[in-house]
Design a binder for this molecule. Structure first.
Ligand code: SF4
Ligand code: SF4
Length: 353
């Protein structure tokens, strides 16, 4: 058996994930995560936990412009799924490696794992969707990435186009430090907020989270189901009617946070009756396929400011998505979309608005 030290094993596990396809990596420990939110508690998933390996897996940049221009949705969805599966796979592979090296370990799935919460009358499915372990907090504290105004994790290599990954372990590992603020490219310009009409990210206020004595700030969250409603594909038309996400839905978004859960409850039945689109995936949160229709705040955030501006323009000047009876989607002008909706019979129109 190799005699590991916290230094040598930390170096080995970071090399391990980078060789497996991760782009960046870092180490967080019980000490560096001390005082953080509940989802930084590593012992929730592994009582013997002492450390965690955090890493990012890139989403290929090549699928982003066609997606934001509303030319090609499916390629981005497949690519993001591939990155998610690679992230979960790397974590699982590292768990195996560490177990055979004598350390109890637990791979954290990339996505769609939520803590059991007391979901009372007013709750919806797994809402509030609190993850077993927050990949984001661990990534920021370990320096695998840094917070942008959006609350997404960014890297100087891939912007926000990354899927995060984590493996928790009982091994003692030497922690890595957060990326210094001067190396964070986020300029608070706010194109992420402009690209989001759900209102989930507060335009005025920031929230600050202290993890291991270090503060991390990003836009304050309003009701998370605002994002659930738009990103989930229920509705996609910007209030100005000139551009949309990939969703053909056009419900008006209420002002009040409290209105979103009842709204989702009442509109989900129409969502289920829409014709099936290509792609999609089954999802634990709903009783049908879920399709990628937004992720705008993530995908337009490139390290280069000019690219961010170009992507925002692509998103907001390429018209509106409509759905045909065979399920296919088409990008058309706002005027043509109005005609399309006006020509629907009442029953069909009720599926979208
Ligand atoms: S889009 Fe701009 S403001 Fe938003 S996170 Fe990225 S760099 Fe920061
Ligand atoms: S995924 Fe879409 S709806 Fe959700 S916060 Fe980002 S831009 Fe807004």
């Amino acid at each position: 058996m190799v005699e590991w030290t916290p230094d040598s094993l930390a170096k080995r596990v970071m090399d391990y994930v980078l060789l497996m396809g991760a782009r960046t990596a870092g180490i967080a420990t019980l000490q560096t995560l001390e005082g953080g939110p509940p989802s930084t508690d590593l012992t929730y998933v592994l009582p013997e936990a002492k450390s965690a390996v955090s890493f990012t897996v890139p989403i290929a940049q090549s699928v982003i412009d066609p997606y934001l221009s509303k030319e090609d949705r499916d390629s981005q969805e497949s690519e993001a799924r591939r990155a998610n599966l690679i992230s979960s796979g790397i974590a699982s592979s590292l768990e195996n490696y560490l177990e055979y090296s004598g350390f109890k370990s637990e791979a954290i799935k990339a996505n769609l794992v939520y803590r059991d919460t007391d979901s009372g009358e007013e709750q919806l499915g797994r809402n509030p969707m609190i993850p077993d372990i927050s990949h984001r907090y661990l990534a920021a504290r370990s320096g695998a990435g840094f917070f942008g105004l959006s609350g997404n994790i960014l890297t100087n290599e891939d912007g926000a186009a990354v899927i995060l990954g984590t493996c928790v372990t009982s091994a003692e590992l030497t922690p890595t430090e957060p990326i210094p603020p001067e190396e964070n490219y986020c300029d608070d310009w706010g194109l992420c907020l402009n690209s989001c009409f759900s209102g989930m990210m507060d335009e005025e206020e920031k929230t600050t989270v202290i993890i291991g004595d270090i503060p991390f700030s990003y836009s304050k969250r309003r009701e998370y189901m605002r994002c659930g409603f738009v990103c989930g594909g229920m509705s996609g038309l910007h209030p100005d009617g000139k551009w949309s996400t990939w969703s053909p839905g056009r419900y008006e978004l209420p002002e009040e946070d409290e209105a979103f859960i009842p709204l989702i409850r009442s509109t989900i039945k129409s969502y289920y009756k829409r014709p099936e689109m290509s792609g999609g995936a089954y999802n634990v949160l709903i009783n049908s396929k879920l399709y990628t229709t937004c992720a705008n705040c993530q995908l337009l955030c490139h390290p280069d400011k000019k690219t961010r501006a170009e992507r925002y323009k692509m998103l907001t000047t390429n018209g509106v998505i409509i759905q045909h009876p065979d399920g296919s989607l088409e990008r058309v002008t706002p005027e043509k979309a109005e005609e399309h909706v006006a020509a629907m019979d009442e029953e069909t129109r009720a599926l979208y608005m």
